[in-house]
Design a protein around this ligand. Structure first.
Ligand code: KG4
Ligand code: ZN
Length: 332
């Protein structure tokens, strides 16, 4: 089973070829981060236009191991949602046109399920049930992944997603977009204990990051913002507060559900401090799978992984579909 996968939900134009047995044959990601950086965030119109310009070349590059031969494929998997409507439309139209031209079946994949199932590429033996912490630019979810057909939301953010908080705090510190890797870079030289920031603990595994973000804003008002050491210390304090908040809720969810397997996924899961803290705190409690950093941030291999799971569960049955920007996370 060999699938071509396409991902264009936000600001990465991505294509991959994945093979049954959880092998990534190719994975190509063209990031638009630089183009959006000047605006401090993703500009939807610009993102859609750039997908349109780049997707053909990205797919061609992903097909290179097969010498560009589409006959090596059994199907096409594409992100249907959630995401930016104009961006999703580029990927879905491309996939459907290719399906029509080649006769290959086209599978609709939920972007958030893709993030979670990227863990299969890291650990092919991973099977539900497991608890997953899914942390990206748009989501901060704790889910109970009981089976491929039964995914329950245990908790979610009530305001900002944690990735969004990283991006906004980076902006306050005069750092580039996306903020996560920038905060990480600056925090390396910082003292995380010089400033104390709140660790909001909400009931029922929910999260809230807007208070933490505002606390950074107020803190910075009192400080010389152009002092590199101050910036490093604030970045380190914020990173630690965000990571500890996530890990505390994850630990509570594991305890309550009695889960023995845990997945951490999404762009923020590429954060080295989060990866280390989760492993530390769950050592001896649960087996932890965190995809390699390149499989945590948006990519198409994860969409291929979710496509493979889908074929395994329900076969190649495909109904016609439109892009769905508001698709409920983890819904099939
Ligand atoms: O999953 P993703 O690539 O796209 C979405 O589906 O949203 O996640 C992007 C988010 C951004 O907010 C970015 O700042 C954050 O992931 N991110 C990080 C790191 N790398 C990316 N956050 C913290 N630490 C990182 N190293
Ligand atoms: Zn994503």
């Amino acid at each position: 089973m060999r699938l071509l996968a396409i991902e264009t939900s936000c600001d990465e134009t991505a294509a991959a070829v994945v093979e049954g047995g959880w092998m990534v044959v190719s994975s190509v990601v063209a990031s638009q981060a630089q183009a959006h950086s000047a605006f401090g965030g993703v500009v939807p119109e610009l993102a859609a236009r750039m997908h349109l310009e780049r997707l053909g070349g990205v797919v061609t590059a992903a097909l290179e191991p097969d010498g560009g031969d589409l006959r090596a494929l059994d199907g096409i998997a594409v992100t249907r949602g959630p995401g930016l409507v104009g961006c999703l439309a580029v990927g879905v139209s491309y996939a459907q046109a290719l399906g029509l031209a080649t006769g290959l079946p086209v599978l609709a994949v939920n972007h958030m399920t893709g993030h979670v199932l990227a863990a299969k590429l890291e650990d092919p033996g991973l099977e539900p049930p497991f608890v997953a912490l899914v942390v990206s630019g748009g989501h901060t979810d704790l889910i109970e992944y009981r089976s491929h057909r039964d995914v329950r939301l245990l908790g979610a953010t009530r305001d900002d997603a944690v990735g969004e908080a990283f991006d906004k705090v980076a902006r306050m510190l005069g750092l580039a977009y996306p903020g996560g890797p920038e905060i990480d870079r600056v925090a390396r030289d910082g003292d995380p204990l010089r400033y104390r920031l709140p660790r909001p603990a909400l009931p029922e595994f929910d999260f809230s990051f807007s208070g933490l973000k505002t606390a950074v804003l107020y803190l910075l008002r009192e400080l010389p913002r152009d002092d590199p050491q101050v910036r490093a210390d604030v970045a380190a304090a914020f990173r630690l507060a965000a990571v500890e908040t996530l890990v505390t809720q994850l630990e509570a969810a594991v305890e309550t559900t009695g889960a023995t397997r845990v997945v951490v996924a999404g762009g923020v899961a590429s954060n080295p401090l989060l990866r280390a803290r989760v492993r530390e705190r769950l050592a001896g409690v649960a087996e932890v799978t965190i995809p390699a950093p390149a499989l945590c941030t948006d990519n198409a291999a994860m969409i291929g992984a979710a496509g493979l799971v889908r074929v395994g569960v329900a076969g190649f049955e495909t109904a016609p579909f439109d892009p769905d920007p508001g698709l409920r996370a983890y819904a099939s």
